[in-house]
Design a protein around this ligand. Structure first.
Ligand code: UT7
Length: 339
């Protein structure tokens, strides 16, 4: 059997209108713009509107990716949403997005690997599409993390933001040289207590969520991200450093072969550590952490969208995507740009 090449043929992103700056956070918790900027690189983040759901963010990103690919939803034969903040426990957010986009009967499902969801989804789709299962797929990362953050916990509420990023993947075509090179995924559930959220958040209405932000209602008893930041940081640096080396070695490539690093945007210091491990200058790294914060599974496709829209990407360039997440679940994808 001849395996197909798999290409990104469209990219999109969407950020909700409301911006929350570090100065806004100073009014909520005992923190400073200086502390947040210095320790995380974050200056602001976007917050979902009361009348929006995660699926709405996903739909906007998907529309942009479809437009960019020059196709419509009728050309799509599968849709995947990576999300930690689904509209409901079920049905999947992917089916909601399919319906809102007017898609008909093609399979749609969610991937839950927290901040690594997009990298995980891309890896799975790469395998399925190489084997001929689907021709054109929408892969979306979409999150409303602000709805599961404890707005009284300065250790976590300063980190997260909302948004969505999407790509259209296509199998086959004449450009067999470019496209997905490969993916590596890892997980180790023994670390699960270090970064988690109990799942009571669907009980929170959007109104309650905004009251929590605006009036500092104590989040005790409702879903909230809990993190031992320090330990997560240390392990993230180690695991990301090793997975990027692992994927390069697997494909007989070296640091100097990489043109762009598109990392998960959790903390500028984690990104710098990975870039250093790869001996890459920071001007070859897609950076959105300052303006988006950590948008979990949306962060990698949003950073890719940013890089793509900057006009800096050239056909044939080697791009390394990576992410680290609760679980822990982490991984990397390598691809040669096809557009
Ligand atoms: O996306 C999934 C993966 N997630 C991550 O990768 C996040 C990884 N972790 C981190 O990014 C960092 O650990 C944080 C940004 C969360 C925290 O930075 P840190 O440099 O590890 O700080 P720390 O937790 O060790 O806290 C240092 C001090 C503490 O005060 P004391 O105990 O030294 O007096 C904290 O209470 O900073 C204090 N602190 C704050 N001060 C001002 C913690 N949060 C804040 C805050 N503002 N927002």
């Amino acid at each position: 059997m001849t395996l197909s090449s798999v290409h990104i043929i469209g990219v999109g992103g969407y950020l909700p209108e409301r911006i929350m700056t570090n100065a806004d956070l100073e009014a909520l918790v005992d923190t400073t713009d200086e502390w947040i900027a210095e320790r995380t690189g974050i200056r602001q983040r976007h917050i979902i509107a009361e009348d929006q759901m995660t699926s709405d963010l996903a739909v906007e990103a998907a529309k942009m990716a479809l437009l960019d690919a020059g196709i419509t939803i009728d050309d799509i034969d599968a849709l995947v949403v990576a999300t930690t903040t689904p509209d409901m426990i079920f049905p999947s957010t992917a089916t909601v997005v399919q319906s809102k986009l007017g898609g008909k009967e093609f399979p749609a499902w969610d991937v839950q690997a927290v901040c690594s969801g997009f990298v995980y989804g891309l890896a799975h789709l790469e395998g399925m599409m190489r084997a001929g299962m689907y021709k054109r797929v929408l892969m979306i990362g979409a999150e409303s993390m602000s709805r599961i953050v404890d707005w009284t916990d300065r250790g976590t509420c300063i980190l997260f933001g909302d948004g969505a990023g999407a790509v259209v993947l296509e199998a086959g075509g004449p450009d067999a040289e470019n496209g997905m090179v490969g993916s590596i995924l890892h997980a180790d559930g023994s670390y699960r207590e270090l970064l988690k959220a109990h799942h009571t958040h669907p009980k929170l209405s959007p109104e309650m969520h905004h009251q929590k932000i605006d009036f500092r209602i104590d989040s005790a008893g409702t879903a909230a991200v809990e993190m031992k930041g320090n330990e997560v940081f240390r392990i993230a640096v180690t695991k990301l450093g090793s997975v990027v080396k692992e994927i390069l070695a697997k494909h007989e490539l070296t640091d100097s072969d990489i043109d762009w690093l598109v990392p998960h945007q959790a903390n500028i210091r984690i990104i710098q550590a990975t870039a250093k491990k790869l001996k890459m200058d920071m001007d070859r790294v897609a950076l959105t952490v300052a303006t988006h914060g950590n948008t979990s599974s949306a962060s990698v496709p949003l950073a890719l969208n940013d890089l793509y829209r900057s006009g800096k990407l050239e056909k044939g360039q080697l791009i390394l995507l990576e992410a680290f997440a609760g679980g822990f679940a982490w991984g990397a994808n390598l691809l040669r740009w096809s557009k």
